[in-house]
Design a protein around this ligand. Structure first.
Ligand code: BTN
Length: 334
């Protein structure tokens, strides 16, 4: 009930919604509406109540809770099962535990969200700093019927969806640093870690974890030159408005669901690569490919339908696969 009332108040944020209207709309008693409003106020929503006019949502703080997230969902199936935790070691680890302990429960499409991670995991064994109230940390748990060899492309799908969601909510235009870092003004704003449990020809589960820097005002020294947050980037544009993480999550999930369904049809990026390349920050740039078999430099041309980066170098075009090597900009992070 809380979720439905929240949605109704948000849709009419400029006006009052009468208690009677809410009762009729949701088929509940006055007391049930009053109780739900009381719970929302206790959770931090600023709601004014005026006799003979009704209720009005005055301010929406950046609250993360199951009902706030549910009220922001626009998806057909993704995230309809949300697990919100104030604190967890890692949302990726929690999603994995759900998949491994849920027995026959239908966990496909579950989303795990946390306000704080005590052991946030990054790529290549690194950590992901995740203090409370700073970022959006979440993991999508899915069980696609795909060849495990195609799973790494989901990371690129997630990069696109995240960039799109950020653009939708902030009006800024993030780009992608191949394969899946989302960047704004050349600095990293999103990290994605995809983990899979599979047999040779069968996926048990895939966890796509995403960390978005939202409210940070500063970063640890070692990443200060290459990391940024939505807040810092908006401040650079002279904008002070508050980003709500649940709204951002709702937008990212809806883009992911759409791109994921397109990806599933062909199990490759043939229908998405043009759009991906349009977002690619490295496109046309000089890059250094850190290949364990020998580093080289070239010009990034874009991805192919398998998500490999095409790099033009002396003697031809090389295909770089994300699992094996990383790519650095020659003149900076990109
Ligand atoms: C990277 O190194 O760029 C990837 C960082 C991924 C961080 C996210 S935060 C939510 C999810 N849970 C984790 O432990 N890691 C991912």
């Amino acid at each position: 009930m809380k979720t439905k009332i929240l949605q109704a108040l948000r849709q009419n944020q400029d006006t009052y919604v009468s208690g009677q209207e809410l009762c009729e709309k949701f088929g509940v008693s006055r007391t049930a509406v009053w109780k739900a409003i009381k719970q929302l106020k206790e959770a931090g929503y600023e709601i004014t109540a005026v006799q003979n006019r009704g209720y009005r949502l005055v301010a929406v703080p950046d609250i993360l809770s199951e009902s706030e997230i549910a009220s922001r969902l626009r998806t057909k199936w993704l995230g309809h099962n949300v697990r919100y935790l104030e604190e967890v070691d890692s949302t990726n680890a929690e999603a994995k535990r759900i998949a491994e302990s849920a027995g026959s429960m239908d966990w496909h499409g579950t989303v795990v969200v946390a306000d704080k991670q005590t052991a946030g995991r990054g790529r290549r064994g690194r950590t992901w700093s995740s203090p409370c109230g700073t970022g959006l940390f979440f993991s999508i748990l899915i069980k696609p019927q795909i060849d495990p060899g195609n799973a790494s492309m989901l990371t690129l799908v997630k990069g696109m969806a995240t960039a799109k969601g950020i653009a939708e909510v902030t009006g800024m235009q993030p780009q992608i640093k191949w394969p899946n870092d989302v960047v704004l003004n050349g600095k990293k704003i999103v990290g994605i870690l995809t983990e899979m449990s599979a047999q040779i020809d069968y996926v048990n589960h895939i966890v796509v974890g995403t960390g978005i820097n939202v409210h940070q005002s500063e970063f640890p020294e070692e990443i200060a030159k290459t990391a940024t947050s939505l807040k810092l980037e908006m401040q650079l544009q002279g904008r002070e408005e508050q980003i709500t993480r649940a709204q951002l999550l709702g937008a990212v999930l809806s883009h992911f669901e759409r791109y994921y369904e397109i990806f599933l049809k062909t199990q490759d990026l043939s229908a998405l690569m043009e759009e991906y390349n349009g977002m690619l920050a490295n496109c046309g740039r000089s890059v250094r490919v850190l290949d364990p078999l020998g580093e080289y430099e070239g010009t990034a041309l874009g991805i192919d339908d398998r998500g490999e980066l095409l790099v033009e170098r002396e003697g031809g075009i090389s295909k770089v696969s994300s699992g094996e090597v990383s790519v650095r900009g020659i003149y900076g992070y990109i």
